[in-house]
Design a protein around this ligand. Structure first.
Ligand code: SAM
Length: 280
């Protein structure tokens, strides 16, 4: 990736390759340094309280605006992609890097009949299991949290064809570029026909920003687009999250599909446009 970037101490990198070389090493030492990268990421979160404020890095106050923005985006996507969902279609979602289950509890469980959660930090997943226990939410026969997977994304392969939506929010920065690409390539098999990913992430103004404390990188929109193309994913829709405090990174939502979105052209078709037509 020929874009320069910074780390959290202000150190500059010429490009992403230079940054990754420093973080996860050259080929020979790569496995060991990469294991260390992931271990440090997890141990950062192991030291964080299992609360909304904890998983939002002290910005628990953005929970409401985040959920509202996600809900509007999700509603638009569901009505576009699953117009018959009300006719007893059984919808299933996966909440990746779910933390304490904040997104499942406040959003996904209301729209999906089943939600699975994936989270590598066990005290977060325990908190999710407790708050999503059937006795703690409405209509548990119709809407429930089914599976709780305590694994990191780089080691996960979903069950084939299980999910309508795979939601990935505020966790993909923990994955190296190669693991990002191989995760999405594997995860495509987990989607039902018509299914899609939602990736909601912080966006760097340009290049990338490496956070040395929690071992994550914030990528620019351009950087994400390069990775989507390596994954063979297409942007179906994208939207900026509005209403966040100014001191935070901008946040973007991408709906991604494995198949090329069909373009519905409002102008005349090529065949019509290329033949003589009466001027009305
Ligand atoms: C900022 S929190 C966001 C949690 C949740 N997505 C939310 O928005 O409430 C980041 C989450 O990513 C998880 N995480 C860290 N490394 C991960 C990895 N390699 N794979 C999946 N999740 C990871 C952390 O444990 C933490 O729960």
């Amino acid at each position: 990736m020929e874009v320069s970037g910074l780390d959290s101490d202000g150190k500059e990198f010429k490009n992403a390759e230079e940054m990754w070389r420093e973080q996860i090493g050259e080929d020979g030492e790569q496995q060991e340094k990469k294991t260390q990268w992931y271990r440090e990421g997890i141990s950062y979160w192991e030291g964080v309280e299992a609360s909304v404020d904890g998983v939002l890095g002290g910005f628990g106050n953005v929970n409401e605006v985040d959920i509202k923005g996600s809900e509007a985006f999700l509603q638009m996507l569901l009505s576009d992609r699953f117009p018959n969902a009300r006719n007893n279609q059984h919808l299933v979602a996966l909440d990746c890097g779910s933390g304490i289950g904040r997104i499942t509890k406040n959003l996904l469980i209301r729209y999906f009949n089943e939600v699975d959660l994936l989270e590598p930090v066990s005290h977060f997943l325990d908190a999710a299991r407790e708050s999503l226990a059937p006795e703690n939410h409405m209509a548990p026969d119709m809407h429930k949290a089914t599976n709780f997977f305590c694994v990191p994304l780089q080691d996960f392969t979903p069950e084939t064809g299980r999910y309508d939506v795979i939601w990935v929010q505020w966790c993909i920065g923990h994955l190296t570029d190669d693991d990002f690409v191989s995760f999405f390539k594997r995860a495509k098999v987990g989607l039902k026909p018509g299914g899609f990913f939602v990736l909601k992430e912080n966006i760097a103004r340009s290049g990338f920003v490496l956070d040395k404390e929690d071992r994550s990188i914030t990528r620019s929109d351009f950087y994400f687009k390069e990775l989507f193309s390596r994954c063979g994913l297409h942007i179906y829709k994208s939207k900026d999250q509005k209403g966040l405090p100014e001191e935070l990174f901008a946040v973007k939502m991408y709906a991604l599909t494995a198949e090329m979105p069909r373009r519905v052209s409002k102008s005349r078709s090529k065949v019509q446009a290329n033949r003589p037509g009466i001027i009305r």
